[in-house]
Design a protein around this ligand. Structure first.
Ligand code: AMP
Ligand code: MG
Length: 410
């Protein structure tokens, strides 16, 4: 009997349909840093908020200084001084000058600023030897942003520049979705914690670190749970303990056809988690469903480290981005020239590991090593996945393939 395989798209669709964006709430700006805005933000004030000086110098009426030159300098009495944050002097008379600092409000009656460099730096009187254009060195109110302008669109990821802009228009907080809490559990009686002693039959648990780090890189808060042995009862207890702090659970191992496939054995009886094969290599055995009273989504990944990571990239990363309200859900793909021939399985989409480079000004990709799903060294060396379609069994060197660059922000 052959199992019918589900397509990569169908499995992803199943996951995205069942996962809803987390509720948004007002968060202080620094908490919202790195999150997607969940509201359209309109400016409640203009920027600049008032006409202000772009230079240290003298505020003047342009008509009074229009003829100033080195040969025919203009002399004006200095009737006051305005620093930034001082609106003490609100107006001035024609035929006078006011000393003004960068950022200080330009008084009514002045329309231009003469920078220090064009004057004798006079205190009671100033000698002006160069004329500004009308309006020169004045930053007019609303030049940058008008009141009512849309300044941040819902869905925009709030980076330093957006956070700065929100503060500049006076917003202390912004509606955004919180970072999802992702619980990562490794299963396997052969697993040991890094730093502990290793027996002849045991291996270190790399996956929970790999997956927790990937979840954190995707924007989630990752909780790495200690190793769970291949005992369904123990696994269920550990899972139950974790559900209170999880928006999403990710497990590794125990989902294939073996005798000790603990995740499958423990969760199948619940009837809320699907287990089956996805038409991909590596990463065929997969599972997804919900667990607990609150129906927390759970993605059960295969245990082979490379399979685990590639499955994370295809299914968990999109789920995390959906929880965060971030689009696109899946990594942007690019075309690259394959430098070495690559064999691929019939009927399954292959995600081979590769290293990107530029050859003759074109993006190129070189497959790494023998492409085994246990090859963690090669995985660490690679920086892209090469996607070979289900129907293709051999790609010739020089042909164009689709790649998913792994380290890019998107
Ligand atoms: P499983 O999916 O549980 O059958 O595991 C498949 C293979 O991946 C086995 O060789 C496991 O020893 C290995 N494996 C499972 N979990 C981990 C892990 N957390 N870290 C490293 N290797 C693992
Ligand atoms: Mg196992």
């Amino acid at each position: 009997m052959t199992d019918a395989l589900v397509s990569v798209e169908a499995h992803l669709e199943r996951i995205l349909t069942a996962v809803d964006p987390l509720p948004a709430f007002d968060q202080p700006l620094m908490e919202a840093f790195g999150l997607a805005a969940a509201e359209d933000v309109y400016a409640r004030v203009a920027l600049p908020g008032f006409d202000n000086s772009a230079m240290d110098g003298y505020a003047v009426a342009h008509a009074d200084v229009a003829t100033a030159s080195r040969e025919t300098p203009v002399h004006l009495p200095v009737v006051g001084e305005i620093g930034a944050g001082q609106a003490s002097l609100l107006a001035m008379s024609p035929g006078t000058a006011v000393k003004i600092m960068t950022g200080a409000p330009v008084p009514a009656g002045a329309d231009s600023v003469v920078p220090y460099e064009w004057t004798d730096h006079g205190v009671a009187n100033v000698v002006i030897s160069q004329a500004p254009d009308r309006g020169q060195h004045v930053r007019p109110k609303g030049q940058d942003i008008s009141e009512g302008d849309l300044i941040v669109q819902a869905g925009t990821v709030l980076g330093p520049r957006q956070i700065g802009l929100l503060a500049a228009i006076g917003r202390p907080s912004v509606r955004s979705r919180p970072r999802p809490r992702v619980v990562v559990m490794s299963t396997g009686s052969e697993l040991r914690e890094p730093g502990s002693a290793l027996g002849r039959d045991s291996i270190y648990d790399g996956n929970s670190f790999l997956l927790a780090a990937a979840a954190r890189q995707a924007g989630a808060i990752a909780y790495r749970v200690g190793i769970v042995p291949d005992e369904p009862r123990t696994f269920l207890n550990a899972l139950n303990d974790q559900l209170v702090r999880a928006d999403l659970v990710v497990t590794s191992g125990g989902v294939s056809m073996g005798d000790y496939d603990v995740v499958k054995e423990a969760l199948s009886p619940l009837g809320t988690v699907w287990f089956g094969g996805v038409a991909m290599q590596p990463g065929k055995p997969q599972g997804f469903g919900t667990v607990g009273e609150d129906a927390i989504p759970i993605v059960t990944l295969p245990g082979n480290p490379v399979s685990s990571y590639i499955s994370f990239e295809q299914f968990v990363l999109p789920a995390i981005r959906r929880l965060m309200g971030r689009t696109p859900y899946t990594r942007p793909e690019a075309d690259a020239m394959l430098t070495h021939g690559l064999r691929a399985p019939e009927g399954r989409r292959m995600f081979a590991r590769g290293i990107l480079s530029v050859v003759d000004g074109r993006l190129a990709v070189t497959p790494v090593g023998p492409q085994g799903s246990h090859m963690i060294g090669d995985l660490a060396e690679s920086d892209a996945l090469i996607v070979v379609p289900e129907s293709v069994t051999w790609v010739e060197a020089g042909e164009t393939v689709t790649v998913q660059p792994l380290d890019e922000e998107f």
